[in-house]
Design a protein around this ligand. Sequence first.
Ligand SMILES: [Mg+2]
Length: 122
Amino acid sequence: MKEKILVVDDEEGIRLLYKEELVDEGYDVSLASSGEEALERLEEEVFNLVLLDIKMTGMDGIEVLRRIKEKWKGLPVVLCTAYHHYKQDFGTWASDAYVVKSSDLSELKNTVKDVLSRSKEG
Ligand SMILES: [Mg+2]
């Protein structure tokens, strides 16, 4: 069965790009345009991984991450941002991986693959 990824980003272009690339990699991809929407989707459906933008209007990714880890402890979260400095930020420690946004999506795809295989090992 296909692994399910929830892509959360407030920019439509990014959502569609990630969806296209990850579907090509063989994943089942759902999209959410805000943190609030992401949390609703997680209530309705079981996902294998969340790809989460940090900088969003409304609830930011750090807050969404905190809530996810409170409620769905074992669910892997990969944070995405255009900014390197978040790597030092406290809130990002709870994420399973961290990817800096780039036009080259190979790092993103490799990270998703690694995190999913790590989470399967248990
Ligand atoms: Mg954003």
